[in-house]
Design a protein around this ligand. Structure first.
Ligand SMILES: Cc1cc2nc3c(=O)[nH]c(=O)nc-3n(C[C@H](O)[C@H](O)[C@H](O)COP(=O)(O)O)c2cc1C
Length: 461
């Protein structure tokens, strides 16, 4: 709900939480109330526009930036909705590029129609928005678009929805322009090599299980409370004959001791930060390249492939995982964002916007439910193509398994050095892309780990 205050400011009230949008004139405040029923989308403000129009345009941009707007497309002013566009990324703004009759377009292999509640939605992990389909003729048009079509031939169809929808779909990468030479190789025709390497279900899983490219609720929300009983912590025993195992005798091995003493640490000692020497020992122990070699592919004509060996096991010895460190408090290392060069055993500073770095640290704080950012936040990023060049269908699953293996290694090394850490289950792939300039489908975050010296000693007694 939008509320106009006495001081001319407008506030968005979302479930009791107030978000100030800025100060606006009286005319904009009055128009704001019409937004519930819908307002035509303003074009970019021009010098001729009056103050009221500029105000409304500014208000609409503020609402869009917060994901509080959806956009309806109709055939005519009084007609029913063709589609309703629901933004999924923070910076989505509907754009309608000009189309020519000779342009050939096809449906993206990442786009899919599905039922959501009692509606049909068209979604794609590449798109900044989803399209709620309100007119069944659009479904038949989408079916035709499975094969490349020129805009001219689409315009001659009975179910032609007008140019705006096609342009909006193209802008969202639900449709893509097909170069004539690539009509018969649609997978190669869509996007760069980094995208060609992705299987449909893997890119969908990646974008739907991370933050940044979707607007769905995410995390520990207990969505089934009251409807389905929680599962017990321990699996009910099988009915078969039981063989009781022996109790351990003698003293525990150092590894067993470490395994049993390890626990997640979220509260760090701000007075005694980790030193650069400790961080070097930590990174050397967990992730440094230990050997490097290449060998030819098993079958004919393949290129030689480069491999490395590292302290933790990795699927296919691909070692697609990279460590990025956000430093807030490390003795001997300036705060900032760094990449760990696992071959050179060196940290390379990456110039990032302070606001974005702060946002990354703040989400880690939120995920751990603590009042301050961790001294060091490690982001585990994957070079996806390193795995998907070889493995079909299981590439993303292997990456997540590798993240699990590396995460346990980080926990164990931290415990072994008397340090503390905590895995973090959420990452924002859009924020990382903005910070690094790397495309989200080329290299992106798949895990996070907070590291520091625990406020309490790790081992009791
Ligand atoms: C994959 C994974 C994700 C996790 N995500 C979070 C998280 O987002 N926030 C958090 O406070 N702890 C997180 N944890 C830590 C777990 O809560 C913790 O390991 C668990 O409660 C068991 O406690 P312990 O590690 O102290 O033995 C995560 C652990 C794992 C392995």
């Amino acid at each position: 709900m939008l509320k106009a205050q006495a001081d001319r400011s407008i506030v968005a009230d979302i479930d009791g939480y107030s978000d100030p949008l800025g100060k606006f004139g009286a005319a904009a405040a009055a128009r704001a109330q019409e937004l519930r029923a819908g307002l035509p989308l303003p074009s970019s403000p021009s010098a001729e526009d009056g103050e009221a129009e500029r105000d409304v345009a500014r208000l609409i941009r503020q609402l869009a930036r917060r994901g509080l707007l959806e956009y309806c497309l109709r055939r005519g002013e009084d007609a029913n909705d063709l589609v309703v566009i629901e933004p999924q990324t923070a910076d989505y703004w509907p754009q309608a590029p000009k189309l020519t009759d000779t342009t050939t377009v096809a449906l993206s292999r990442f786009a899919y129609l599905r039922r959501r509640g009692s509606e049909m939605v068209l979604e794609s992990p590449r798109a900044g928005a989803l399209f709620r389909i309100c007119d069944p003729e659009i479904a038949s048009l989408l079916m035709a678009l499975a094969a490349p079509q020129t805009i001219g031939s689409i315009r001659r169809r009975d179910d032609y929805p007008g140019p705006a929808l096609l342009a909006l779909l193209l802008d969202c990468q639900m449709l893509f322009a097909v170069a004539p030479a690539k009509r018969d190789a649609l997978r190669q025709a869509e996007g760069d090599d980094g995208l060609v390497l992705w299987d449909f279900h893997d890119l969908l899983f990646h974008t739907r299980s991370t933050e940044g490219r979707q607007a769905n609720p995410l995390g520990g929300l207990y969505p089934h409370t009251g409807q389905i009983a929680p599962l017990p912590a321990i699996r009910p025993a099988w009915a078969g004959k039981t063989v009781k195992l022996q109790e351990p005798s003698g003293t525990a091995s150092p590894l067993e001791k470490l395994l049993h003493e390890r626990h997640s640490v979220r509260d760090f000692d701000g007075e005694r930060p980790i030193t650069l020497r400790e961080l070097s020992t930590f990174l050397n122990g967990v992730a440094r390249v230990r050997a490097r070699w290449s060998s030819p592919l098993e079958f004919d004509d393949g290129p030689d492939i480069e491999y490395t060996s590292r302290p933790y096991p990795g699927a296919g010895s691909a070692y697609e995982l990279e460590l990025y460190l956000a430093i807030t408090n490390c003795d001997g290392l300036a705060p900032g964002f760094y990449h760990y060069d696992a071959a050179a055993h060196a940290l390379t500073a990456i110039d990032v916007q302070q606001q974005q770095l702060a946002a990354m640290l703040q989400s880690a704080e939120f995920a751990m439910d603590v009042p301050s950012p961790p001294p060091i936040l490690i982001t585990i990023a994957a070079r996806f193509g390193r795995i998907s060049w070889k493995y079909s269908a299981i590439a993303y699953a292997l990456i997540l398994k590798d993240v699990g293996v590396l995460t346990q290694t980080l926990y164990m090394m931290a415990a072994g050095l008397g340090l503390g850490g905590c895995a973090i289950g959420t990452t924002n792939i859009d924020l990382f892309a903005k910070m690094t300039g790397l495309e989200f489908h080329v290299e992106g975050p798949v895990g996070q780990f907070a590291l520091g010296r625990g406020a309490e000693p790790l081992v009791s007694g």
